[in-house]
Design a protein around this ligand. Sequence first.
Ligand code: GLP
Length: 244
Amino acid sequence: KIHQNSEEASFYVANEIAELIRQRQKSGKNAVLGLATGSTPTKVYEFLVKFHKEEGLSFKNVITFNLDEYYPMAADSIHSYVRFMGEHLFDHIDIKKSNIHIPDGTLEKEDVKDYCRAYEQKILKAGGLDIQVLGIGRTGHIGFNEPGSTLSSKTRLVRLDRVTKLDAASDFFGLENVPSRAITMGVGTILSAKRIILMAWGEGKSDIINQAVEGPVRESVPATFLQHHDNCDFILDEAAASAL
Ligand code: GLP
């Protein structure tokens, strides 16, 4: 779905999320959201905060699972996704703290495996992801599923691609400060969502969007696995769609 600009596109996505939350509220049920970080979804979160403040949209029935977190990463670091999500969304809405799940970057290495297994279990126990929101990295990664990630991969500790680290270098004030690893939901975890919305803005994403949408499904471009999902939309601005 191609929108004129990222503002319009983000409004469209925020409305779909808000509609799910309201519908579930009517029937006394939870809405389970899979959330992403990065610059791409920030406007969606801005709109959701606006709907909360101006229209009274409540998040009391919302359970969230974030895609990923750098490892190791202290929760209060300016680079942590915990901090990012607080600043962009959670600190401004009425979500219950106990309903927020973000992979824990502070774990001891030997505890990571069990933690990842438990993360998957929590998603299942919540009823599965209703909507998974995604951005896309230059390598074609979704979450931090870098090239080589398999279709059935689950939440796990991964090594970041050099291109991904280069893209994060300015945020971290230098390549040497970018963590080499991350905990991420797997491709299989993402594909288990009932609905997937991948967003991309700007010409810099046009080549990888072209590969993801029109290229053959392959491990070297993990976003191509989304072609297997029957309820996945790519929401693009005109620039990101320009190579299609
Ligand atoms: C990071 C995140 C991804 C995100 C990607 C793109 O690698 N882990 O989930 O999709 O960045 O970032 P941006 O939206 O800033 O282009």
